[in-house]
Ligand binder design. Structure first.
Ligand code: ADP
Length: 296
């Protein structure tokens, strides 16, 4: 199957700062792919390399399974920073200027305005637009030329809640029309809500990548206790599906496969002649998981 984007062992330093360290992952067609990480984790650097604005020190990447070319570049629309629109010009006139800069015709201006739901307001001056509308116009500009892929850096940064919701809806809608979207974000919540796939970066290092529902699944934990904690630990360690055992305040915190239920743990202990004095299900939030991943 054709990958939209393959990234192979990319590294980049700024002097002593290692911004990216041997990063590899693949973006499948039709995905909304989130590059997630705290500030300073290398997201913008990576997008800059992928869009040929920056050069990697090592590693390669390819769009559409082809070596980089001006032809493949024309199939990528990008929005790395807020474009400079003229405040006193209308949306249409601003897009005419953007089209001229990109050396594209005016034919699809109405079409892109319709896609971002600004056709009704196309003759209003930019300065009368809400923050969400301004960002939607920026996305319209990225859509000029009918790209197969859109690349966004922090697409909802600086927006109010209404603007954030507008952009999320738009990203989902564009994706449902067949456009693959690659977006950098430091917001777990945003990635969880709109992305189908995710790559998590921490200080330039790729921690995990894959489908959101596998990678960002919150993990349940089970807490157990018994008179003889050491013996309990020994017995539980032999139970299939138990991945990790951590002693916490006189109990054991078990990380297990997702289908393991507390009653199965209880039964296993009974079968091994252990009576539990405590058994509880602990929900681990995604935030906790993300924090654990990105802090040490
Ligand atoms: P993010 O987009 O995740 O916030 P960046 O790619 O902007 O991360 O930055 C990654 C690291 O590289 C950070 O430590 C940042 O300070 C450093 N960095 C980014 N751009 C430059 C630059 N032009 N010169 C020196 N260091 C930089």
């Amino acid at each position: 199957m054709e990958n939209i984007l393959s990234i192979n062992n990319i590294s980049k330093s700024y002097g002593p700062v290692r911004a990216l360290n041997d990063v590899s992952f693949e973006v499948p067609p039709g995905s909304v792919f989130g590059i997630l990480g705290p500030n300073g984790s290398g997201k913008t650097t990576l997008l800059g390399i992928l869009l040929d604005v920056l050069q990697a020190d090592a590693g390669t990447y390819s769009w559409f399974n082809n070596p980089a070319s001006s032809e493949s570049r024309r199939q990528i629309g990008s929005l790395l920073e807020t474009p400079n629109f003229y405040h006193y010009l209308s949306a249409v006139d601003n897009l005419k200027i953007a089209a001229a800069i990109k050396q594209r015709g005016h034919n699809d201006i109405n079409n892109v305005l319709e896609k971002v739901n600004l056709l009704q307001r196309k003759d209003s001056k930019f300065q009368t637009y809400s923050l969400g509308m301004k960002q939607r116009l920026a996305i319209a500009s990225a859509l000029l030329g009918n790209p197969r892929v859109l690349v966004f850096d922090e697409p909802t940064n600086g927006l109010d809640p209404a603007g954030i919701a507008e952009i999320r809806d738009l990203i989902r809608q564009l994706n449902s029309e067949g456009i693959t979207i690659v977006m950098a974000s430091h917001l777990l919540d945003e990635v969880e809500k709109v992305c189908t796939h995710v790559a998590i970066l921490k200080r330039g290092q790729l921690l995990l990548s894959g489908p959101v529902n596998e990678t960002l699944r919150s993990e349940d934990q089970i807490e157990v206790s018994a008179m003889n904690l050491d013996h309990l630990k020994q017995v539980i360690a032999s139970m299939p599906g138990i991945k990790d055992i951590k002693p916490v305040n006189g109990s054991l915190l078990l990380s297990c496969d997702n289908n393991i239920l507390p009653e199965q743990v209880n039964k296993y202990c009974i079968d091994n002649s252990i009576v539990l004095s405590h058994l509880a299900m602990k929900k681990k939030s995604l935030e906790t998981k993300f924090m654990e991943l990105t802090n040490n």
